[in-house]
Design a protein around this ligand. Structure first.
Ligand code: ZN
Ligand code: ZN
Ligand code: ZN
Length: 533
């Protein structure tokens, strides 16, 4: 059929057109007025727009071309009524593997591009991996929009209907589990420091924000318990000395049986008891965080011992700042066990402090924790080692880390699962208690097949797009759009992934796809076929 012999496209004729024509044929003028009223009422109740008077009259007068009322195209071109014009694609049946029908991956000939694509094994593997990655929206077998077609009388009619199209394309796409998160200090590199004995703060050495190394003294507490413990240790050392001397003196006498054996045993027992007391005194100081060098002390004179013990636990550097004569021997240093930064200080010099009252917090901020609260239903997709991107409030660029711990229980209040990533923080820009949005990457796919979001329609049982027929622009080509179920993946940046169902290069309807969908549903609900197929 050439352009010249193409029948003139007709304006849309509603289902009510047939009785309308009959009315017009018996009483053209009067009936038209009545009909307009009737159609107006019908249109009101069905959302159909009432045509203008001219359109109605034109339809009746210029009805020379036989018109397929059911499919709203010239009868001679109707692909539904003239099966030979565009035979229905061979039915391949439901594809179990990809969950749709027809399946362009398994039957590339259904793809509406010039010649069927060759689907590489690699591509089939990619699709299989994407479908396997997590639960995907399922289409219902035999959904009503499956293998349907909508035909237009002409390209102009398509434009007039407000149909707009776009290409199916490949696009980089990230699929992730999204979760709210919070940055905290690395709890394994966080120290809460308290005085181990009650006393008063004698001197504060470090301030908020100061960097400290393991062993650094943050403050000195004047604690009577420390002086007491040191005195007990000195006593115990002296007692051990005395009992040792006694044993040493008596042993030769006992060997020569100058003194009775019982006397010897008595002195040995006394030495053992003195040694026990020494260990107890030593332990008291250890409990205060001060480890006395007992063996070294044992070799010193009593005066040297007192001197050695007086500033126990203080570095030489610190001792150099103290007057050795006047400084109390009660000093208890508060020492950082870790490398880090003073992040909290509740200590003021002179203040009375109780035992265990927290005075400092030191945190190693070179690494911070990101704790995500992952919705329970998403937690199944989490694995250690997955990349996490965290957009913290107040920071421009996302921070990247890797999941290194996933909680084995569910928070009973929030019904979420905690997952943790360690974040590098070399410049110290991450702050504890920063909130933000985290994404645990399941897939970073540079090759995803996508369509514009507006192209995808949900019909209640499957996701479909409308694909333009490959012969659409050929002069004789039917102006047809095919429904095609897709396996819907993620939506991102205005695009929706079609894991399967369409192929790059195909053309899908964007604007107006909703109109096509309701047109088909209306046809399906209608009285059915009037032309015998
Ligand atoms: Zn027809
Ligand atoms: Zn398939
Ligand atoms: Zn028919």
């Amino acid at each position: 059929m050439s352009d010249a012999t193409l029948p003139q496209p007709q304006p849309p004729a509603p289902a009510a057109a047939s009785p309308l024509r009959w009315l017009l044929s018996i009483a053209p003028t009067v009936a038209a007025v009545v009909a307009i009223g009737l159609v107006g009422y019908w249109g009101h109740s069905t959302d159909w727009r009432m045509p203008s008077f001219d359109e109605l009259v034109g339809a009746s007068v210029e009805a020379e071309t036989p018109w397929c009322e059911e499919h709203n195209v010239p009868a001679a071109e109707c692909v539904e009524c003239q099966a030979s014009l565009l035979p229905n694609a061979e039915t391949y049946g439901w594809c179990d593997e990809h969950g749709l029908e027809p399946c362009p991956l398994c039957h590339p000939e259904v793809v509406q591009i010039e010649s069927p694509p060759v689907i590489a094994t690699q591509e089939l593997e990619r699709v299989a991996a994407v479908l396997d990655l997590r639960e995907r929206a399922e289409n219902v077998v035999g959904c009503p929009l499956n293998a349907q077609r909508v035909q237009f009388a002409s390209v102009e009619a398509v434009d007039k209907a407000g149909i707009d199209v776009d290409l199916v394309q490949r696009r980089a796409l990230v699929e992730a589990v999204e979760a709210n998160g919070e940055i905290t200090y690395d709890q394994t590199h966080l120290a809460r420091l308290a005085s181990r004995a009650a006393g008063s703060l004698w001197r504060v050495e470090k301030s908020l924000g100061d960097r400290v190394s393991p062993g650094d003294v943050l403050a000195l507490v004047d604690a009577a318990a420390v002086g007491r413990a040191k005195a007990e240790l000195l006593d115990a050392l002296a007692d051990v000395d005395y009992q040792q001397q006694t044993v040493d003196r008596l042993r030769p006498l006992a060997e020569e049986q100058i003194i009775p054996g019982a006397r010897m045993l008595e002195s040995e027992t006394a030495l053992q008891q003195a040694e026990i007391k020494l260990r107890q005194a030593q332990q008291s100081l250890v409990n205060l965080g001060l480890a006395p060098p007992v063996e070294e002390l044992a070799r010193l004179s009593p005066a040297q011992r007192a001197e050695r013990l007086r500033l126990l636990g203080l570095s030489d550097e610190l001792k150099a700042t103290l007057d050795p004569e006047s400084t109390t021997s009660n000093l208890l240093p508060i020492v950082s066990p870790i490398e880090g930064e003073v992040i909290r200080r509740d200590a003021v010099a002179g203040e009375v402090v109780g035992a265990q009252a927290p005075l400092f917090q030191v945190a190693d901020t070179r690494e911070m924790w990101l704790v995500l609260s992952v919705p329970t239903e998403e937690s199944a997709y989490l694995m250690r080692g997955q990349e996490v991107r965290f957009q913290a409030e107040g920071l421009r660029t996302p921070i990247v880390g890797r999941l290194d711990w996933i909680s084995t229980d569910i928070d009973p209040h929030t019904r979420t699962v905690s997952a943790r990533a360690v974040l590098e923080n070399p410049r110290g820009e991450l702050r504890s208690e920063t909130f933000g949005k985290g994404r645990v990457l399941l897939r970073d796919d540079p090759e995803a097949i996508v369509v514009p979001e507006s192209a995808v329609q949900w019909d209640g049982s499957c996701y479909v797009v409308f694909v333009r027929d490959r012969d659409y622009f050929k002069p004789d080509g039917p102006k047809v759009f095919h429904t095609r179920p897709i396996r819907r993946g993620v939506s991102q940046g205005g695009f929706t992934e079609a894991i399967a169902g369409v192929w790059p290069g195909e053309v899908v309807v964007t604007e107006g796809s909703g109109v096509l969908r309701s047109q088909i549903l209306k046809n399906n609900l209608g009285a059915g076929c009037t032309c015998g197929h």
